[in-house]
Design a protein around this ligand. Structure first.
Ligand SMILES: Cc1cc2nc3c(=O)[nH]c(=O)nc-3n(C[C@H](O)[C@H](O)[C@H](O)COP(=O)(O)O)c2cc1C
Length: 476
């Protein structure tokens, strides 16, 4: 079997993930293995079409395409994303059609599933028969039971490929054509209400001259004094390198481009942030991905605390659950307050204008209401769901459990802001739970508790409701 590994780490051969591939090569030497580091060589592949064509020829000769990538912000890194866009832009996806595919990743299991879903969906759109995904924790390869698990994954994969079986698609076929959009006629819609300059806003867009750019224009029109940021002007083209200098508070790009200053300014000053982008394959553009990846200079510290976020998407968002999930999870982990997503699909220009105006107004009103109540944006943001709560628990455990050796700043910050909220760290709380556990194990107490469980569960809330005062009715 000829296996082509598409290396998806910006670190190329020095990647952790590629070590898993090298292990598999040693275990299964009777297959033909070839690796192409498409992420680390992306600049050359973009410039030199000959080099790109060599890789596509390798694809043609392969039986199995093995995607091998690290997780970068709930997806693949911007460099691999750019390769995927290049394949589409250069009409090379037909070379993949009918081949088998699988994916191997390394990560700390923070949204590894959304990255694998993305790769699976892209593979299925290219006509690949996607077999399975393997998501390893970074250090798994050093553990004997995990190596056995990896062996079994590979054996299952190889036998499925040899069987010639058809693989069922999991995703609905998606044909993203960037044709006319309701956004193109937005300029003809009546102007929106302007909001007070007291609410500071930033409007970010990857391509100002696109339907998403026109949606961003509409949002900026009502946000007086909003800072307009064109991602193309920030110097993001090389993407995050994964060097982890950020662990020591530095970044390989410090002083080399304007991204860090811009990100810091938005995160310090803006109350409302509008993100606008166009769907490319199953995500937004690689430029947006580079923006999110580069925000890792803030490492594992939420940096959009309480910002009111509006996401404007040009493209079929209702058919891209994974995209919505990835963006929602990013913003929730950053502790932002997502007001709404608005897309231009199936809307007239007037409807789109009204949807954008409404989302922006709700964001502004929400800032105003927080101020009236004397609350900070962070204290008044909407509650975070499993996406942010679960994500933060992974960060907390990983930083405490060893990553603090590299990310010392995160450790200090987590300690200071009480993010090390392990259950029952307080000895009195621990003692209280211990006593209650044994007390409620006494047979007659246990029986009584079981019989009164429902009323017992709401008892502490009754007092709160009893003592609740009505708010004044809003002025007419
Ligand atoms: C910019 C950046 C973003 C990351 N995002 C995630 C993530 O979303 N989820 C996760 O579990 N790990 C994340 N990681 C950790 C890497 O996936 C992990 O360290 C991986 O093993 C690196 O593999 P590589 O050496 O092959 O590049 C991120 C690392 C970096 C540098």
């Amino acid at each position: 079997m000829r296996i082509l590994v598409l290396g998806g780490s910006p670190k190329g051969e020095s990647s952790v993930t590629i070590r898993y591939v090298r292990y598999l090569e040693k275990r299964f030497p009777f297959h033909g293995w070839k690796t192409e580091h498409v992420a680390s060589r992306i600049a050359a592949l973009e410039k030199d079409e000959g080099k790109f064509t060599e890789i596509i020829d390798e694809v043609r000769g392969a039986d199995l395409i093995l995607w091998a990538f690290p997780l970068y912000y709930l997806l693949v890194c911007s460099q691999l994303k750019r390769f995927i866009e290049l394949v589409d832009a250069r009409g090379a996806s037909a070379a993949f059609s009918g081949k088998y595919a699988a994916s191997v990743s390394t990560s700390i299991h923070f949204y590894d599933h959304t990255a694998h879903t993305y790769i699976r969906e892209v593979s299925e759109d290219w006509g690949l028969r996607f077999v399975s995904s393997y998501s390893a924790a970074m250090a798994d390869l050093t553990k004997v039971p995990e190596r056995s698990r990896l062996d079994l994954f590979a054996q299952d994969l190889f036998s499925t490929v040899s069987s010639g079986a058809l693989m069922p698609r999991r995703s609905f076929p998606l044909d993203v054509r960037n044709g006319p959009s309701a956004a193109d006629a937005l300029r003809e819609a009546p102007p929106p209400v302007s909001h007070s300059r007291a609410v500071k806003a930033a409007v970010l867009v990857d391509n100002p001259d696109s339907p998403a750019g026109r949606m961003a224009d509409r949002a900026a029109l009502s946000l007086l004094g909003a800072e307009r940021i064109d991602l193309g002007s920030l110097g993001l083209s090389h993407g995050c390198l994964g060097c982890l200098k950020c662990g020591a508070g530095d970044c390989a790009y410090t002083g080399k481009d304007s991204f860090i200053d811009t990100f810091r300014r938005v995160s310090a000053e803006a109350d409302v942030v509008v993100f606008a982008g166009t769907v490319r394959d199953r995500y937004l553009s690689w430029l947006w991905k580079a923006f999110f990846d580069r925000s890792f200079f803030k490492t594992h510290r939420p940096s959009l605390n309480g910002k009111r976020v509006v996401v404007l998407v040009s493209g079929p968002l209702t058919r891209l659950d994974n995209l919505r999930e990835v963006l929602s999870a990013y913003f929730e982990t950053m502790e932002a307050h997502v007001v709404d997503f608005v897309s231009d699909e199936s809307l007239t220009a007037a409807e789109l204008a009204s949807a954008i105006d409404s989302a922006v107004s709700r964001a502004v009103l929400s800032v105003g209401r927080a101020r009236e109540e004397g609350l900070s944006l962070a204290a008044s943001r909407s509650p975070i769901s499993f996406r942010g709560v679960g994500g933060m628990k992974i960060f907390r455990d990983e930083i405490y459990g060893g990553l603090r050796i590299v990310f010392k700043g995160d450790h200090r910050e987590y300690r200071k802001s009480k993010r090390y909220d392990f259950p029952l760290r307080n000895p009195f709380a621990r003692l209280g739970v211990w006593i209650a556990y044994w007390f409620t194990s006494i047979p007659f107490i246990k029986r009584g508790m079981r019989e009164n469980m429902v009323s017992f569960m709401v008892k502490s809330f009754e007092k709160v409701i009893e003592g609740t005062e009505p708010k004044n009715a809003p002025a007419p």
